[in-house]
Design a protein around this ligand. Structure first.
Ligand code: SF4
Length: 286
């Protein structure tokens, strides 16, 4: 079998990411774009590819990176190291936010009070990312969501009958509140397998370990199920995505947001989920 030509592989990958950016208007001229950097392969690819687009003036935007340290022992340290090193190597402005410093506890401490750690993790990570990005004047927050992540998220909302979350489907979210930084997903059409290949072919430092809480999540079960399906019937994942694209027309502006009475961050109810959970966790801990 012929060995993979990394230059050709990179070119094809960049072409497809560029197409998503232009087809869906992910970046406007002069935008300040922050990559939500976990140190894993997806966000690291997003950072590298955006850095390349910026250096080669394919798009006109400012680039920075934000990493959230949730405080998962024996796991997050390596991710943070990879995030820091990659940002430094590329010369991208890098901001690190610690859950412990900002909210007073780590994810390991919070996890004890929930059936799965992914519940507090998702809420606090979204909260801190948005707050930091907004404070830095960021126009778009780019996440490393790939094709597999997107399908898993959608099926998770399906399984939970969580129709409101369907509004998060797609490569771009509109600004629905002045303090809510729109998210963009440039890897939307890139399968996870290809992201892994990119990291190996280009010998990029990425954090490959799986989160110690991942086994608790519905996402991880759906992931195995979808990978099995794809193995037996190649193209299934793309077909599922296509089905969602064709059949769901959701008015994303329908969700009305207010400001949380405690922290002032955007929220669909008077007290945001992060404040509600923070109070609960602090009461349990102290
Ligand atoms: Fe957070 Fe769950 Fe993902 Fe671990 S698996 S990083 S706890 S969402």
């Amino acid at each position: 079998m012929k060995p993979l030509d990394s230059q050709n592989f990179n070119r094809q990958l960049e072409k497809r990411v560029k197409k998503v950016i232009t087809d869906y208007d992910l970046i406007d001229e002069g935008d300040k774009v922050a990559v939500a950097l976990s140190g894993g392969k997806d966000s690291i690819l997003t950072l590298h590819i955006f850095d390349k687009f910026q250096r080669e003036s394919d798009f006109d935007f400012e680039l920075m990176a934000i990493a959230i340290d949730e405080g998962t022992r024996s796991y997050r340290e390596e991710g943070i190291k990879s995030a820091r090193n990659n940002a430094q190597k590329l010369g991208v402005d890098y901001y690190e936010v610690s859950l412990k410093k900002e909210l007073g506890f780590t994810l390991d401490q919070a996890a004890k009070f929930y059936q799965t750690a992914c519940v507090p993790c998702g809420v606090f990570r979204r909260y801190l990312l948005n707050r930091t990005a907004h404070n830095l004047g960021v126009d778009k927050l780019a996440t490393g969501h790939n094709l597999d992540d997107e399908i898993q998220s959608f099926l998770m909302s399906f399984a939970r009958a969580d129709v409101r979350r369907f509004g998060k489907f797609g490569p771009k979210q509109e600004r629905i509140h002045p303090k809510m930084v729109p998210r963009i997903k440039p890897l939307w059409l890139i399968p996870e397998k290809e992201v892994g290949m990119w990291a190996v072919l280009n010998e990029v430092e990425v954090h490959l370990a799986e989160c110690p809480y991942a086994h608790q999540s519905l996402r991880s079960r759906l992931k195995s199920y979808l990978n099995n399906l794809e193995e037996n019937r190649s193209g299934t994942k793309l077909k599922i995505l296509e089905f969602f694209q064709k059949n769901l027309r959701i008015n994303k502006k329908e969700v009305k947001l207010y400001e949380c009475q405690i922290c002032g961050e955007p929220s669909s109810v008077s007290i945001c989920k992060a404040c509600e959970m923070r109070e609960f966790i602090k009461n349990q801990l102290y």
